[in-house]
Design a protein around this ligand. Structure first.
Ligand code: GDP
Ligand code: MG
Length: 708
C-alpha cells in the first residue's frame, strides 16, 4: 500500500530505480530528487537537518571540509550552506540547514529549513540529533519518516548523553525506526567516518514511510487519503503524510494542494471540518499526542537511564548535608566505624576459631602420624610445632582481613570514605598527617596489616610511608590477649582504664613519631587535602569482590612465604642444640633470651622467659601468652599466678608497653616490605624496638621514683 502510494506520486520512468517516485522528483514540486546510481547531471543532495545546536554545522564542516562558524546559540546558521562531498566516485551536494524542532514551523530561518526539506525534497536527510535530549529531538525525525524521507540518523553528543546517565541502544533504535543510526561525538570527530558509509548504504534501500497508528482518527485519515486518490493529486510526498499534515493544519501543504487541485482542497477541508466536529478531541492535539506517545515508546525502549551525574550530585548534596555535618559528622563516622568493626569481629570470630581449630588438629594429627611412622622426632616437631602452627597462626587472620576489606571497599565504593577523610582532615593535619591516613590508622586497631594495605588510597608516597611507619603503634587486636592477661592478673581496680591507657599511649606515640619522622625524612609540608568528594553511588559488587580478593591473595602469598621462612628459623633456634627440650632455657632461643634478659632489667622484667616470649611474639603478638605458658610449663590457665609471682604492677605495665610498641609481627613486617622497601622496613623494626625499650624503661624508672 505504501509502495503503491509512492508509485502514484512517481513518474521518473526509471524501471530499475528502487525509489521510483521520490528520487526522481515530481514535476509539481519543481525540484529534482536524485539517486546516485543514476547518471543524472545533478548530484544527489543530502540535507543536514536537526534541532538547533545539535552539531549540524560541526558535522557539515567535517563532511565537506569547510570551516563554517560553529556556534552555541540558536540562529548561527540562518541561511543554508552548501558544500560538496565525495564518497568513492560519487559527488554529493551537502546542505547545512538552520535548526528546526519540527515541520510545523514559525520563524524565518526555520521556514528556510522546512521549505528545503518539503519542497526541494533532498535525496536524503541526514538528521543530527542531540542524543542527550533524544525524546525532544526525535520529533523532527519522526515527522520526516512519516513523509517517507530517506533518513540517516546521527545520534550526536553521545558524551553528554552518557554524562546524563543515558545508555542508548543504537542497534535497537535503528530496528525500531528502520533507519541507520550512528552514534557520534562530533566535537571529537568520533563516529563521523561511519556517516559516509551509512549514507552510501542507505541509498541502496527503499525507505518505507513510517506508519504511526492514529487509532480513532485512522478512519478519517483513510477517508482523506481516498479523496486525494480520487482527485489523483501529486505533491511529492505520500498521500497519508499529506492527509495527516492537512489535519494538522499545515498551511504550506494546503496552499500546494490548492494550486494543484482547488476542488480537491475544498473537499478535503470540508471533510476535515465535519470530522473535527464529530471527533471527541481536537484533531491536531490528537495527532501530536499520538506522535509523542510513539516517540516516548521508542525512547523508552532504546534508552536505559542510569542515575545521571547531575542527579547524583544533587542527591549527594543532600546526603552530605547530614554525613559531613559540622556537629554530627564525626559521631556518625565513629558510629559507622564502630559498627564495621563489631560486625567484622562478630562475623569473623567463628571463622577464625574454625581455622585455628583446623590448624591445631592438623598439627596434632601430623605429629601423631610422624610418631607412628617412626619419623625422627625433630621432623615431626618441625612440621607440627613449626610450620603448621606457625603458618596457621598467620592464616587465622584471613577472615578478619577479608571482612574488613569487604566493609572498607563497600564504604569506599559508596563514596563515604572520601567524606570520612574530609571530616578527619583538619584533626589529622594538626597531627602532621594526611586526612586520608585516618582510615588506615583506624583499621590498624583491628589488625595492622589491612591498615598498611589501605594506605594505598594515599596519593603521595611520602604520606603513605609516614602512615605505614607509625601504623604499628595502633594496638591491634592480637595484642589484646596479652593486655587482658596482665591487667587481669596484676591490677584489681580500674582495669578498663588501664587497658584503655595502652590504646591511648599507642596513639600518642604515633603522633610523636609522625612529627619526628616528618622533621627527619619529609621536610616539606604534607600535601593539603583537596578532596574531590565523588557523588554517592551504589557500590559495584564485582569491583568489591575483586578488590577483596586481591588483598587477601596478596596477604596469603607474601605473608605466607615470609612467615614460613621465619617459622623455620625460630623453630630451629628453639630446637637446637640437638636433644634440648623445645623452647627451653638451654635451647638457642633460651640462650638468646638469657643474653637479652639484662637489657630489659631497667624495665623491671629482666628474666629470660620474658625476653623469649617477646622474641616469639614477633610471630604474632598473642604468641607472647602461649610462650609464657610453655616456658613456665603451666599452660595458659595457670599463667595468672605465674605472672603475679614474676611481675609487679609496674614491671607488668612496662612489659605491656613493650608488647604494644616493639617490632610489628612478622606478617606485618612482610607487608611493610611489600608496600615500601627494605630500608623503611628495617627502620620500622629498629625504631619500634628502640622506642619500646626507651618508653618502658622510662615508665618503669619514673614510676618507681614516684612510688618511692
Ligand atoms: P548546529 O547549531 O546544529 O549547527 O550545531 P553546531 O555544530 O554549531 O554545534 C553547537 C555546539 O555544540 C558547538 O559548541 C559544538 O562545539 C558543540 N558540539 C557539537 N558536537 C558535539 C558533541 O558531540 N558533544 C558535545 N559535547 N558538544 C558538541
Ligand atoms: Mg549550525
Amino acid at each position: 500500500m505504501k509502495n503503491r502510494e509512492r508509485k502514484m506520486n512517481g513518474g521518473c520512468g526509471h524501471k530499475e530505480c528502487p525509489r521510483q517516485c521520490r528520487d526522481h522528483g515530481s514535476v509539481q514540486s519543481g525540484s529534482v530528487r536524485l539517486n546516485p546510481n543514476h547518471s543524472h547531471e545533478k548530484q544527489p543532495v543530502i540535507a543536514l537537518a536537526g534541532n538547533p545546536n545539535s552539531g549540524k554545522t560541526t558535522i557539515f564542516n567535517y563532511l565537506v571540509g569547510a570551516r563554517e562558524k560553529v556556534g552555541n546559540w540558536p540562529g548561527t546558521t540562518v541561511e543554508k550552506k552548501e558544500g560538496m562531498m565525495y564518497i568513492g566516485d560519487t559527488k554529493y551536494t551537502v546542505v547545512d540547514l538552520p535548526g528546526i524542532y519540527s515541520l510545523n514551523v514559525y520563524s524565518i530561518d526555520e521556514k528556510i529549513a522546512r521549505d528545503f526539506l518539503m519542497q526541494s525534497l533532498p535525496s536524503m536527510v541526514l538528521v543530527i540529533i542531540d542524543a542527550s535530549n533524544i525524546e525532544r529531538n526525535l520529533n523532527l525525525v519522526i515527522q520526516l519518516l512519516e513523509m517517507g524521507e530517506n533518513v540517516v540518523l546521527v545520534l550526536n553528543m553521545m558524551d553528554m548523553a552518557k554524562r546524563k546517565g543515558m545508555e542508548i541502544q543504537c542497534g535497537h533504535l535503528s530496528k525500531l525506526l528502520q533507519i541507520p543510526v550512528i552514534p557520534a561525538v562530533a566535537l571529537r570527530n568520533q563516529g563521523l567516518e561511519d556517516i559516509q558509509a551509512a549514507i552510501e548504504q542507505a541509498f541502496s534501500v527503499t525507505p518505507q514511510p513510517l506508519h504511526i497508528d492514529y487509532t480513532e482518527l485512522e478512519q478519517h485519515v483513510k477517508a482523506v487519503i481516498g479523496l486525494l486518490g480520487t482527485h489523483n493529486v501529486e505533491l511529492g510526498i505520500s498521500h497519508r503524510s499529506v492527509a495527516v499534515r492537512l489535519m494538522e493544519h499545515d498551511q504550506d501543504i494546503l496552499t500546494k494542494l490548492r494550486r494543484e487541485n482547488a476542488k480537491c482542497a475544498d473537499e478535503v477541508l470540508e471533510y476535515i471540518s465535519s470530522a473535527s466536529d464529530s471527533f471527541p478531541d481536537d484533531i491536531e492535539t490528537w495527532i501530536v499526542e499520538r506522535r509523542y506517545g510513539f516517540i516516548h515508546g521508542v525512547a523508552k525502549e532504546s534508552v536505559k537511564r542510569h542515575l545521571s551525574l547531575t542527579d547524583r550530585v544533587t542527591i549527594s548534596d543532600t546526603i552530605d548535608r547530614i554525613l559531613t555535618h559540622k556537629v554530627f559528622g564525626i559521631p556518625l563516622l565513629i558510629l559507622t566505624m564502630y559498627l564495621l568493626f563489631s560486625l567484622v569481629f562478630k562475623v569473623g570470630d567463628p571463622f577464625v576459631g574454625m581455622i585455628d581449630g583446623f590448624f591445631q588438629f592438623l598439627a596434632g594429627s601430623l605429629s601423631r602420624l610422624c610418631e607412628s611412622a617412626g619419623v625422627p622426632g625433630w621432623i615431626g616437631s618441625l612440621v607440627s610445632d613449626g610450620i603448621v602452627s606457625g603458618v596457621g597462626s598467620v592464616l587465622v587472620f584471613i577472615p578478619y582481613i577479608v571482612l574488613l576489606f569487604l566493609g572498607i571497599s563497600f564504604l569506599e565504593d559508596t563514596g563515604y570514605l572520601a567524606r570520612a577523610a574530609f571530616l578527619m582532615d583538619r584533626m589529622m593535619h594538626a597531627l602532621g598527617l594526611h586526612g586520608k591516613s585516618f582510615i588506615p590508622m583506624l583499621l590498624g586497631f583491628g589488625c595492622n596489616i589491612p591498615g598498611i594495605m589501605a594506605t594505598r588510597t594515599l596519593e603521595s608516597p611520602k604520606d603513605r610511608i609516614l602512615t605505614i611507619l607509625i601504623l604499628p603503634m595502633m594496638s591491634c587486636s592480637a595484642r589484646l590477649p596479652v593486655y587482658t592477661l596482665f591487667v587481669g592478673a596484676l591490677f584489681e581496680e580500674n582495669q578498663g582504664l588501664i587497658l584503655f591507657s595502652l590504646y591511648i599511649m599507642g596513639i600518642v606515640l604515633a603522633i610523636i613519631m609522625a612529627q619526628f619522622f616528618k622533621r627527619v625524612f619529609f621536610k616539606e609540608d604534607i600535601a593539603p587535602l583537596v578532596m574531590e568528594l565523588p557523588p554517592y553511588r551504589l557500590p559495584n559488587m564485582r569491583n568489591i569482590i575483586l578488590h577483596v580478593y586481591s588483598r587477601a591473595a596478596m596477604f596469603i602469598k607474601k605473608a605466607g612465604t615470609v612467615i614460613l621462612f621465619a617459622v623455620i628459623c625460630i623453630w630451629t633456634l628453639a630446637s637446637l642444640p640437638v636433644g634440648v627440650e623445645y623452647g627451653s632455657g638451654d635451647s638457642i632461643i633460651g640462650i638468646i633470651g638469657r643474653i637479652a634478659a639484662p637489657i630489659f632489667a631497667p624495665a623491671g622484667f629482666g628474666f629470660w622467659q620474658a625476653a623469649v616470649s617477646l622474641f616469639t611474639g614477633i610471630f604474632a603478638k598473642e604468641v607472647v601468652v602461649s610462650t609464657l605458658g610453655t616456658l613456665y610449663e603451666v599452660g595458659e590457665h595457670g599463667l595468672t599466678s605465674v605472672i603475679q609471682q614474676n611481675f609487679t604492677p609496674l614491671s607488668g605495665y612496662a612489659f605491656l608497653i613493650m608488647t604494644l610498641t616493639y617490632i610489628p609481627c612478622i606478617p606485618t613486617i612482610a607487608v611493610i616490605k611489600k608496600e615500601t622497601n627494605w630500608g623503611w622496613t628495617i627502620l620500622a623494626v629498629v625504631y619500634t624496638l628502640v622506642l619500646g625499650w626507651v618508653v618502658s624503661v622510662a615508665f618503669y624508672q619514673c614510676a618507681r621514683l614516684i612510688a618511692g
